[in-house]
Design a binder for this molecule. Sequence first.
Ligand code: AMP
Length: 271
Amino acid sequence: MILLKKVADLSRWLEKQRLAGKSIGFVPTMGALHAGHISLIDISKKNAKATICSIFVNPTQFNDPKDFQKYPITIEKDILLLEQAGTDALFLPEEAEIYPEGVKGLEKYDLGRLESLLEGAFRPGHFQGVCQVMRRLLEAVRPDHLFMGQKDYQQCMVIRRLLEIMELPTLLHPCPIVREEDGLAMSSRNMRLSEDQRKKAPAIYQSLLHLKNGWTIEKTVSFLESNGFRVDYVSVADPVTLEPQPAQVRPSIALIAAFIGEIRLIDNMPL
Ligand code: AMP
């Protein structure tokens, strides 16, 4: 695996791949990699001839500065995992490489309702930050295929919108959620859970199963609260618009965001 830190080196490497007739698959991440991330690499390897992963903890998408400061960094382990998975290149830029003019006064995107629903409502500015970094990464990589996890369901929708805004031909592949044995969706933030919090964390997955089996939103919120969670939202929504809809309507998606201690976890499940 080749390690690239500069956009100029990345461009040279990409040019070589394209001259060799290789399609480019891209997996953007913030590092602290786990089997969920590696599943995206595996899917990319099946769909594209060359796979590039990026690791960049993007400051502009953190609406909570403490969350940014405490974001786990495990770069040496990440490099080993990516090599074992057969990744062709890792783009590991410094902040100045992505934001040469700094992070103040950056451009804004029209994301419509996506910005006032669910994650948009509870994390003001988060999706603007996601678009700001993704625009720069997509301009640098110009991938044929882009692989993102359905764990961040609304983020996939935001990126679909960004690809339209940028008029890029890149094909977005939303990839299945990878879970621990007890159902907890894998997440870099899981490493920050205490032993007790880790034991309670699968209640989010259980809540999604309960919603699937007909529990009301109120009952599900109480269940999470009785397990020590502070709930941001439990929603049953239209999978295309994310607008809330009655529980019996199909197709439907259940989405949850809740804090355990200071760790915020999200998950979702089609009903
Ligand atoms: P992150 O490093 O959290 O920004 O995530 C990078 C990519 O990995 C995003 O597209 C996530 O949706 C995806 N991802 C994170 N966790 C999982 C998971 N448990 N299963 C599948 N994809 C995931």
